[in-house]
Design a protein around this ligand. Structure first.
Ligand SMILES: Cc1cc2nc3c(=O)[nH]c(=O)nc-3n(C[C@H](O)[C@H](O)[C@H](O)COP(=O)(O)OP(=O)(O)OC[C@H]3O[C@@H](n4cnc5c(N)ncnc54)[C@H](O)[C@@H]3O)c2cc1C
Length: 481
């Protein structure tokens, strides 16, 4: 099902089964943040969660949170950062037209948002993990989680690691959600599990005044006096929606997200008149490393040509490989640079010469030979003038035998989830295609487009989900209908 969900007309509601100030739909990171702030602002809150417990995709995640501007962890690890540097990086990296107001608010509020996690019991170890970008296998609290320290963004803003990870070895997402859910339990919010929200209730001509939910096998109508916050995740597990809006993501075998990522929140919002934007966008991860040594290879497409600096963040590599090069990519290495990748990756071809390897990979005659010759010519001097890979990863590929690791979508791990969703204001109010606020309707997390756009960095999803989830919860709590 990919259609918007038709809302119920409030004139057809004969009585409300439950009445409250704010209804939060979904208890992942965005729903938890909205609940904590709405209750903190004095609102009565009912949370509807379709699973038998909260957590959602947030609990399955790596738990990396994109925070910066000079957090205590960044400072303790010896990194200088400022809201302005963070803003410059995000504005440059997040797609062709990032939402400037949201990026600005997010950067300026980032240190305070870090403090909010700590206040709610999340612990971060003041130690930097240097070996690769993304989720560390240790309990270290800080990593690079984007392309801050590689071309082109190292020239846009002073690089600083901004991936903050709750202190645990692995399963940081589960720990993060355990901690936030425990904080929700300490509030007066009423959490209803096994409670699937089916549609919104609307007062003509369009204000949202409640929801229809299925509880204990029965339909219940819940009145929300101040507002409804949709925080029901993305749509990677709704095949019809992915086919309609983001068909290229279907090329990837590893589509990641909890069962609830079926787009119901987005469809409810659209049914009430909300605009959905960036719906073709996804976070596409193509991890080449660890080990980091593999960055010394060159990534080529089906034309035997390079298309990116191989030291870029895995989300950028994946986006380029899938969205711009049709998911046809090979990592070419020589005997000196080859090492088994930690990610399970097949060898696509080997050859005593580059010419032989080119034939084995089925690349156009002369294409890979020309690419390697050009690369080696500059690599002799440790330079990569074409894609500007950092000097420490640039060595000529000259030692036989040569090989290529398979980075095609068919034979390789590309992990994807959706980034598109409802268009919202900085305070989580859902907007119509004309830019008007829908009274009483709020959204956060992957139900919205949030900050996400092409150029995603790890940690932005939990980061914007909680940051704008908090603002949505506060704004809903403060609304008078
Ligand atoms: C393996 C993996 C690793 C990741 N690592 C990171 C990372 O390190 N950092 C990062 O920022 N992002 C990461 N992500 C992405 C990130 O986890 C998600 O995008 C983010 O957690 C989404 O949060 P959310 O609150 O919007 O949705 P969710 O956490 O999915 O919560 C939505 C909740 O709504 C419920 N729900 C859905 N529909 C309904 C309904 N109709 N009625 C009632 N309840 C409903 C669901 O059951 C769910 O509990 C990762 C994702 C995966 C899969």
């Amino acid at each position: 099902m990919s259609k918007p969900s038709e809302p119920r007309d409030s004139r057809d509601v004969s009585r409300w089964d439950i009445e409250t100030d704010v209804v939060v739909v979904g208890l992942g990171c965005a729903g938890a943040a909205a609940t904590l702030e709405a209750t903190g602002a004095g609102a009565e809150v009912v949370v509807l969660e379709r699973a038998s417990g909260g957590g959602g995709t947030s609990a399955m995640s790596g738990g990396v949170i994109y925070l910066g501007g000079g957090t205590p962890i960044q400072r303790a690890c010896g990194f200088e950062d400022s809201p302005e540097e963070m803003f410059e990086y995000l504005m440059a990296s997040l797609g062709p037209r990032p939402d400037e107001a949201k990026v600005r608010a997010y950067c300026e509020g980032s240190v305070a948002h870090f403090d909010w996690f700590v206040e709610h019991g999340v612990r971060f170890k003041a130690a930097f993990y240097p070996h690769y970008s993304g989720e560390p296998p240790t309990d270290d609290g800080l990593v690079y989680s984007g392309t801050e320290n590689a071309y082109p963004y190292d020239e846009v803003a002073r690089p600083a690691p901004r991936g903050h990870v709750p202190q645990i070895e692995g399963k940081a997402g589960a720990l993060l959600m355990q901690t936030l859910l425990a904080a929700v339990e300490r509030t007066a919010a009423r959490v209803v599990t096994d409670g699937r929200c089916e549609t919104l209730v609307v007062d003509p001509p369009g204000a949202v005044v409640g929801v229809v939910a299925r509880l204990d096998g029965r339909e219940r109508v819940v009145r929300a006096r101040r507002g409804v916050v949709l925080a029901a995740g993305g749509f990677i597990n709704n095949r019809a929606m992915v086919e309609t809006y983001a068909p290229r993501l279907l090329r990837c075998k590893f589509r990641v997200g909890a069962e609830g990522d079926d787009g119901s929140g987005i469809r409810m919002g659209m049914g009430a008149g909300g605009a959905a934007i960036n719906m073709d966008m996804g976070s596409v991860s193509l991890p080449l490393i660890p080990p980091k040594k593999l960055q010394k290879g060159i990534l080529v497409n089906a034309h035997g040509q390079r298309f990116i600096n191989e030291d870029a963040y895995y989300g950028r590599l994946g986006e380029y490989a899938l969205l711009r090069h049709d998911g046809r990519a090979f990592l070419v290495l020589d005997n000196a640079t080859f090492e088994r990748p930690e990610v399970d990756r097949e060898v696509a071809g080997v050859g005593e010469t580059i010419e032989e390897l080119e034939r084995e990979l089925g690349l156009p005659e002369g294409s890979l030979q020309a690419t390697v010759a050009l690369y080696n010519r500059h690599a002799e001097r440790g330079e990569d003038p074409v894609f500007r890979k950092a000097r420490e990863w640039v060595v000529p590929l000259i030692e036989s035998p040569f090989g290529a690791l398979d980075c095609t979508t068919e034979n390789s791990l590309y992990a994807v989830f959706t980034l598109g969703g409802l268009r919202t204001t900085v305070d989580g109010e859902v907007l119509t295609p004309d830019g008007d606020v829908i009274p009483g309707l709020f959204a956060a997390g992957r139900t919205t487009a949030g900050l996400s756009a092409p150029g995603y960095s790890s940690g932005i999803s939990i980061g914007d989900g909680t940051f704008f989830g908090r603002r949505a919860g506060r704004r809903a709590a403060g609304r008078r209908s």
